[in-house]
Design a protein around this ligand. Structure first.
Ligand code: SF4
Length: 740
């Protein structure tokens, strides 16, 4: 994959941003005496077929020699009151690592091992997410580790685990969607967030079978125009009842696949009972969707699924963060999966063709790998459970430590961040006193961001590893400069569960180091009995051992095979070829379609149960519903994309999307600033009028900093099953900003 042409080389790798992991050719031109030049173009791979979005096309901007890259460890002192007021000063690696170790030891001696917290990311490679979990548990000896995927995939992950017995976000190849006749897409605006994905919706759109559920007429919802499908716009928080009502019609009108349910699904009677009273006329008020439209959705799905049973084109139900980031996000994803089961979708037709299925669209680049490599508060690598003796024993053997030395479960992310640095009435710490943050910008991305910033300031030690001085790094005692995507090797797992090779294309500037090296050095200084390899390939081999026999089994992977362009689907218990397509058109290893004949529960059956919506917070008089999401130009907290001029020029600051009638009511003018606020906090954005958004809803992207931080308004409410924060349904008021 590297073609040397003098000082020019082209490396085939994958995009640094989202979970579609589009393949790209990165060309590096090195000319003596000149700045290194970079070019990016899309490469052949089934998820993107040569296409890239604007983010991918400009991804190499961040590899250039720029003034804002952190190139040496930074440290700063505190004043007499313990506040970090000093300017950052550059220091050496040896000094900064000794300093961290000395402070960690001191804090742990005073308050025990769990006084140190670790926060990881779904953007790190598999090798790093694995090593971070190991470093926390056997390097630092703390149970307090979680990661930003808790804010992203936790609800769908929990729902898939409960119903299917296993969480592989999309348990079929993405290209299967191409042949679908009907796709129900809930809470995902792929036309903006993953534009190359849209080509996989075109088959269903051409057949008039694309159904998009979104309170906004997003660019994805626009794809349904002109008879290409349906756009359903429930009130934020109405998705669960909408799904239950669609299920009610499916059952009442005889579309349920009774043979399939008998043969493959448990708990059907309980589920049936719980949806029996959500007939469309009753659901109307709770969802904001008319009874006729609910029936139309159900009938469209029902007829299509019936045909799919007998060899017709398949039917898919897909969810994204729009329906998952709620206090009832797990139940909503569970309802979507339950609907797929009622229709008998995961499986094969009488003709031997896939009937369809359910999938969730993972967001972060390594959102899938990141949630199965052991950085989740309750899990060990391979989706082994930290509280399960057999799972602990396996990892103790792989890590070469006593099983008793592996701590138990820690606090999930919101709880970890909302208790850190705080004390109770007696002055006893309620959470960690120090935090090590890797690959995440929690000052922007966490719920109740104002509280998170306050807590970060109250910590005795904050260490942040990043390439740029993110808003979280600006709060730190110590900043560790690390390598970027194209500066080192590794593997990622995309939204289909395919393991891909991310390749080094360019030498990093002197100064930054890989996190693998940092954790190895810290662990050695802390006297850890475990070894921490620095070479990604060595870590990859350890992952194979760690996940052997586990649910997310990577043991059959072969680095050389992946390096040659194959992208296996996990579980991969052996390196046997399975006859699927690959980057090179050759067969790959792994399991591309899951649940065709059995589910992952011990009895092979899926598990339905009753779903009862909890009462939603109703906006009070004068309040609207504030909801958040993404725009095409920016990724996550914007640490990277806000530094790419072309992206920033197009979308430089937070916008507030409001309906013209709402603007009229509250005296808001297109292009002027407005404030949205509630008891939690306030944000400022530029008013953008859009008659495609519901009049009772305000939308803001969450990528921006300072007064444009949308998450300042988000309350600390979480889903009881997944600990997912409620990002998408927050009561708030809006008013014109006072100028001047
Ligand atoms: Fe990168 Fe995602 Fe855009 Fe593809 S869709 S180019 S992976 S950001």
């Amino acid at each position: 994959h590297t073609a040397e042409r003098g000082s020019t080389r082209t490396v085939t790798t994958h995009c640094p941003y989202c979970a579609l992991q589009c393949a790209m050719n990165l060309t590096v031109r090195e000319t003596p005496g000149q700045e290194t030049g970079f070019e990016v173009e899309g490469a052949a791979f089934p998820t993107n077929r040569g296409r890239l979005c604007r983010k991918g096309n400009t991804a190499a901007e961040l590899l250039k020699n720029r003034g804002d890259r952190i190139t040496a460890p930074l440290i700063r002192s505190r004043n007499a009151a313990g506040q970090r007021t000093g300017a950052f000063e550059e220091t050496t690696w040896s000094h900064v690592l000794d300093h961290i170790v000395q402070r960690v030891r001191q804090i742990q001696q005073e308050r025990g091992p769990d006084a140190i917290g670790v926060f990881g990311s779904g953007g790190l490679t598999n090798e790093k997410t694995y090593s971070l979990g190991k470093f926390a548990r056997v390097g630092l000896g703390t149970s307090q580790i979680d990661y930003n995927g808790r804010f992203c995939m936790s609800s769908a992950s929990k729902a898939s685990t409960l119903v299917f017995g296993l969480d592989r976000g999309m348990p079929f190849p993405l290209t299967d969607l191409d042949g679908a006749c009907t796709i129900l897409l809930l809470g995902s605006n792929v036309a903006d967030t993953m534009p190359p994905f849209v080509q996989h919706l075109e088959g269903a759109r051409d057949k008039g079978g694309l159904i998009v559920v979104d309170p906004r007429r997003s660019n994805t919802a626009e794809l349904t125009a002109d008879g290409a499908g349906l756009h359903v716009a429930p009130a934020p928080g109405g998705d669960l009842v909408l799904l239950l009502s669609v299920a009610n019609v499916i059952i009442e009108e005889g579309f349920a696949d009774e043979d399939y349910l008998t043969q493959r699904v448990n708990g059907v009677a309980e589920f049936r009972r719980s949806v029996s009273h959500w007939w469309p006329e009753r659901a109307q008020a709770a969802t904001g969707v008319g009874a006729d439209q609910i029936r139309s959705v159900a009938r469209k799905l029902g007829h299509a699924a019936r045909a799919a049973r007998h060899g017709g084109d398949p039917v898919y139900i897909l969810t994204g963060r729009g329906v998952e980031q709620h206090r009832d996000g797990t139940d909503t994803a569970r309802a979507a999966i339950s609907l797929a089961l009622l229709l008998g979708l995961p499986g094969v037709s009488t003709e031997g063709r896939p009937r369809g299925g359910y999938g969730t669209l993972t967001g972060q680049g390594n959102g899938q790998g990141g949630r199965e490599m052991g950085q989740k508060s309750d899990q060990l690598p391979g989706i082994r459970m930290i509280a399960k003796p057999g799972d602990r024993a396996h990892m103790a053997q792989v890590w070469g430590v006593e099983e008793t030395s592996i701590p138990g479960p820690g606090k999930p992310a919101t709880q970890l961040l909302h208790t850190m640095g705080t004390v109770d009435e007696q002055g006893v710490p309620k959470g960690v006193s120090a935090l090590l943050v890797h690959g995440s910008n929690i000052a922007i991305s966490a719920p109740d961001a104002g509280r998170v910033i306050e807590n970060l300031r109250a910590l005795d030690l904050l260490v942040v590893a990043d390439f740029f001085l993110s808003e979280t790094a600006e709060e730190a005692d110590v900043v560790l400069p690390v390598l970027q995507w194209a500066e080192e090797d590794g593997t990622m797992t995309n939204l289909e569960g395919r393991v891909l090779r991310r390749r080094k294309a360019v030498e990093p500037p002197p100064g930054p180091r890989s996190e693998l090296w940092i954790w190895s050095e810290l662990a050695r200084r802390l006297g850890s009995p475990a070894q921490f390899p620095v070479d990604p390939r060595e870590v990859f081999e350890e992952i194979r051992d760690a996940t052997r026999g586990a649910a997310a089994d990577y043991s059959g992977l072969d680095w050389d095979l992946i390096d040659a362009g194959h992208a296996p689907y996990w579980p991969v218990p052996s390196s046997t070829l399975s006859g699927e397509e690959s980057l090179t058109g050759e067969p790959v290893v792994g399991t591309s379609r899951m649940f065709q004949e059995r589910f992952a529960h011990a009895d092979g059956r899926a598990q339905l149960s009753a779903i009862r919506p909890r009462r939603q917070a109703t906006p009070q008089a004068g309040e609207l519903t504030f909801t958040t999401g993404r725009v095409m130009e920016h990724y996550q907290s914007g640490t990277q994309t806000r530094r790419v001029q072309a992206l920033q020029d197009t979308h430089p600051e937070a916008v507030l999307q409001v309906h013209p009638a709402t603007a009229n009511q509250y005296g808001l003018v297109e292009g002027s600033y407005a404030v949205v606020e509630n008891a939690q906090g306030a944000m400022v954005g530029v008013v953008e009028l859009d008659d495609g958004i519901r009049a009772d809803t305000i939308f803001a992207p969450f990528h921006f900093q300072g007064s444009g931080t949308a998450n300042l308004l988000i309350r600390g409410l979480t889903d009881p099953h997944s600990s997912m924060p409620e990002f998408k349904n927050t009561p708030a008021v809006i008013r014109p900003a006072v100028q001047g």
